[in-house]
Design a protein around this ligand. Sequence first.
Ligand SMILES: [Zn+2]
Length: 557
Amino acid sequence: MAQFIFLHAKGMKGFASLVLALVLSAGALAQERPVRPLDVPMSFSGTYGELRHDHFHGGLDWRVGGQVGDPIHAIKSGYISRVSVSPWGYGNGIYLTHPDGTMSVYGHLLAFREDIAERVEAAQYEQESFTVNLTFGPEDFPVRQGDIIGQVGNTGSSAGPHLHMEIRDAEKDIPLNYIALGCYTPLDKSAPQFHRVCFYGLDDSPISEVWRVHNLIRPTEVRDTLALPARSYVAVDATDRQEGTGAKLAVEEYRVLLDDTLAFSFKVGDIGFEEGRYIKSLIQFGESRRGGRDLVKSRVDPNNLLASHIESRNDGILELRDDAVHTVRIEALDEHGNRAAVRYRVRRDEMLQAPQADSSLTRLPWLWYTQNVVNDSTMTYMLPAGALYNNINFTYRCIGGPDPAIGIWSDIWEVGDPDIPLQLPGALEIAADIPEELEGKAYMANYGPTLSYTGVNVRFGTYCVAVDTAAPTIRFLERKGDIVNGSTIRIRVRDDASGVESTRVEIDGNWYLSMYKRDIISLELKEDRLAPGKHTIRITATDRCGNESHETREFTF
Ligand SMILES: [Zn+2]
């Protein structure tokens, strides 16, 4: 029955709707099998469960050959329950609710189907906001399987034209690993590939120091026996391959064995958003932070909500109790049963020890399950219980004093080791002696080659109080040709200190739809919004310390 509907929905629209109406009344739609959202051959640039630093990729990224505009089809019947527009994230996104309790999500669209687009634009003008999030009922935009709902694009946080698609459990709002359900099965006879394997030592103090012992950048070419301290763990960068694409895709399962006994395994399965936010306790965070890819580590932290995906022995720590040669075997499996393995001979070397701790740092033992506070002269930092994944030696120091000439109005504090990940930020206070006339212009800044805005809730890093009295700069970018229907106007808006908080575009005194992204305001002049003739465009930009600037231009449409 399901196959019958699919075939007709593709070919004979009128007949299909009749068949579907009958099926709907029979309540048999739960049987409907998803069809492909695109007409192009199936090939993926991203798969479910890929490690993306602070989340797991919750969908499939469909390749479209580098160009935007391909039609997107609803994979199942249902109704459009939500539409979202944002400069970031999914950009133009559509959420389709299906009668079988699932929801399909489509991201980075170039354009919505016309009737949806009209509703979206009306809401944008009503709310005077580019970013909107609209919800709809079953009567607003019912959709049949195969219907075109929009066009493939590159909007939001997207690095090239593609369709991001998810299937979620609608009630639990969990993205489903539907490759495992067998909906879309690309040709995949290739095993995963190892890119890097690192070993880390753990000393035997009550709160272990961690240090990197081996960094194997050709992990499959190691023949020597590796020296390890008595306690260590391993972290691995592996990705999967599929035929016809060079993309680095998700590994479904990681396994680490010591002398053929399982020490650690992680299996992606279905990962909910809440669980997924614990990814920083699964990966070797310091390696990712230094611009690297994510390495899955075998050491299991106690505060790790991903526990249901993990099997481990001795918390994934490899213990060598004698001086014999042992083996560490690492396996990576994809979702189609292809497996890659690498095997190392290891031997205990008790001379391997953690590097000397830096004596200029103050150290405090902080436990993950309690609130932790440090209060020292001009600085207070409070970390809530559950913010840490494991017990740590918290370190801090003051590395400099105020220097108003370069915008620094307080002591500069190094707060914690930025290689240690946090599930939640802590509250930071730094005392600053600021003249009355500058009050309200102060902000907490990330200290580095330049100062950048951060709120008062921060992760481990180096901070000071800075002052911003300069309003954003506004510059109209030169454009060629006449201003006609469909012309785009671009304006560069920058704020070097606290950063741009908001921008507003008005034409002839009325709010006009524009997008602000990566320092650029862009807007399209449309004849259904503007009469022919002279117009005035006015830009307002405000930074995070409340400094405001304006710029006005006249143009003829
Ligand atoms: Zn994606």
